[in-house]
Design a protein around this ligand. Structure first.
Ligand SMILES: CC(C)=CCNc1ncnc2c1ncn2[C@@H]1O[C@H](COP(=O)(O)O)[C@@H](O)[C@H]1O
Length: 175
């Protein structure tokens, strides 16, 4: 499955622990990880935990970000692509579910692409947001407001599963 999450070294420590817990949970279920291939911040934490748990990690990273985002030499497979669009396509094709953890603009960008393509019927893979501390509440409030104002359908909102615990999120990914 594919995990999107924060890549900044400045994210609070607790989020690294969360990424670690997600990676452990994923490995415990025998799932492999497809991620952005970085060894830093939450991205690195989730990948290390997956490998520690005995599962494999497939990183997909554009050539231009190999140094900037510190491509992970421990990845079982590191797919170096030419563009951001190729990165997203590779990740989408290799995953059977998408999980977003707390993150920033890049995480939003990736989440919105798989979410919108799900409600448009372009794929049927679970799209799950793990929000245990209201990190995403502002975004979710705004999207509900879009619905109330007629700019989004309930169907679109329902295409995203919002989970409150790691187990709940992983169960939703398996659904
Ligand atoms: C040109 C084009 C199609 C851009 C689309 N934009 C993106 N596509 C794929 N991954 C991204 C994009 N923007 C940021 N990311 C990645 O998302 C990850 C998380 O970023 P963040 O810390 O949430 O901020 C980082 O690895 C970052 O490189």
């Amino acid at each position: 499955m594919s995990v999107y999450c924060g890549s900044h070294s400045s994210v609070p420590r607790g989020y690294l622990d969360l990424a670690d817990a997600v990676g452990s949970g994923l490995a415990a279920r025998g799932w492999s990880l497809v991620w952005g291939g970085s060894q830093v911040s939450m991205m690195g934490a989730v990948a290390r935990a997956v490998r520690r748990g005995g599962s494999t990690t497939v990183g997909v990273i554009p050539r231009a970000l190999v140094d900037l985002e510190k491509a992970d030499p421990e990845a079982d497979e590191l797919v170096v692509v030419d563009t951001m669009r190729e990165r997203k396509r590779e990740m989408d094709e290799r995953a059977d579910a998408f999980l977003a953890l707390p993150g920033g603009l890049g995480t939003c960008e990736e989440l919105f692409e798989v979410w919108t393509s799900r409600y448009l019927g372009m794929h049927a893979k679970p799209v799950v947001l793990l929000d245990l501390d209201d990190h995403w509440e502002g975004m979710l409030t705004w999207v509900r407001e879009l619905r109330a104002r007629g700019f989004a359908s309930q169907l679109a909102l329902d295409a995203l599963v919002v989970a409150r615990t790691v187990d709940e999120a992983l169960d939703a990914c398996a659904a």
